[in-house]
Design a protein around this ligand. Structure first.
Ligand SMILES: [Mg+2]
Length: 300
């Protein structure tokens, strides 16, 4: 059956999210430690709590949400924003610069898909907040290849419990409030938090939007690509679509795993990094990809 819709996960599927995020966030915490003298372990543990509160490990206003940083600066918000927040943010971005790159062959493959299947929609479906997902796709240079992006709600702007003041630099706040679309011409959909994977409602919404949900026979025309066997492949299996497992996205590096564990909400470690899964009840993908470009072999 000819493919009518291609849906792909982003993190650890089109780029190495774990290396990018763990390295950049590790550098950020080191910088905040050196500015404030607050020990790394404490900052990491408070980060975990803040990520849990905000429901995302990629919460972008993290530093100003750390209780020890807040206490360190007492009521001097401006100094906190100018020192810990600004410098931490810059170190994160500087570290990310060389790490926020697509896996080998991803750009060429997406280009080829657009050329060979100009009428087939190419959808990005992610559990990241919509703004964060588009920011990453834009930096990766991949945004223009997609026809739509589906993500979760945008991050909440942090305010002080003491006086209600917004704890973000005005210039950065403005960018967020404008909900920058990075010049994207396609469709953007924000899914409710309870649509998070491995629930099927996110992908089901994508199918419904493309009129491929009604007739189960149509489901075989949908290709769903993701790195997480339990989360991505499993939900595709339940919906009866074709699944391509981005096997190369599996985390092998023990050091990165250890660093991720220090600041990630525990329940999220397996959400944000995928692991080799030899269990007999593990979901079975329709196809396994050694590299993203293998997808072309299975698109007919
Ligand atoms: Mg993923």
């Amino acid at each position: 059956m000819a493919v009518k819709l291609i849906v792909t996960d982003i993190d650890n599927t089109v780029f190495d999210w774990v290396t990018y995020y763990v390295r950049s966030f590790h550098a950020l915490l080191n910088e905040v430690e050196s500015i404030t003298g607050i020990p790394y372990a404490q900052l990491a543990s408070e980060s975990r709590d803040a990520f849990t509160r905000h429901g995302s490990i990629e919460y972008p206003f993290l530093i100003q949400e750390l209780p020890s940083v807040d206490r360190h600066y007492a009521d001097d918000f401006d100094r906190m924003l100018a020192e810990a927040v600004d410098r931490g943010r810059k170190v994160f971005l500087k570290t990310a610069e060389s790490l926020l790159v697509p896996y080998k062959g991803v750009r060429e493959t997406l280009e080829e898909i657009r050329r060979r299947f100009p009428d087939v929609p190419l959808v990005a479906l992610t559990d990241a907040p919509r703004y964060v997902a588009m920011w990453k796709l834009n930096k990766l240079g991949l945004l223009p290849y997609f026809t739509s992006v589906y993500g979760l709600a945008d991050p909440r702007i942090p305010t002080s419990e003491r006086n209600g003041r917004v704890k973000v630099d005005p210039e950065i706040l403005l960018k967020h409030l404008q909900q920058s679309n990075f010049g994207f011409k396609g469709r953007i959909r924000i899914l409710p938090d309870e649509y998070e994977k491995p629930g099927t409602r996110g992908l089901k919404t994508v199918l419904m939007d493309h009129n491929l949900d009604e007739d189960p026979a149509h489901r075989g025309t949908v290709m769903w690509v993701g790195d997480n066997l339990r989360k991505d492949v499993g939900l595709g299996e339940r919906l009866g679509v074709r699944t391509a497992w981005a096997k190369y996205g599996v985390l092998m590096d023990q050091e990165l795993y250890r660093l991720l564990h220090e600041f990630s909400p525990v329940a999220n470690v397996h959400k944000n990094a995928s692991f080799a899964d030899g269990a007999p009840d593990a979901p079975q993908p329709t196809y396994s990809l050694e590299q993203f470009a293998d997808l072309l072999k299975f698109l007919i």
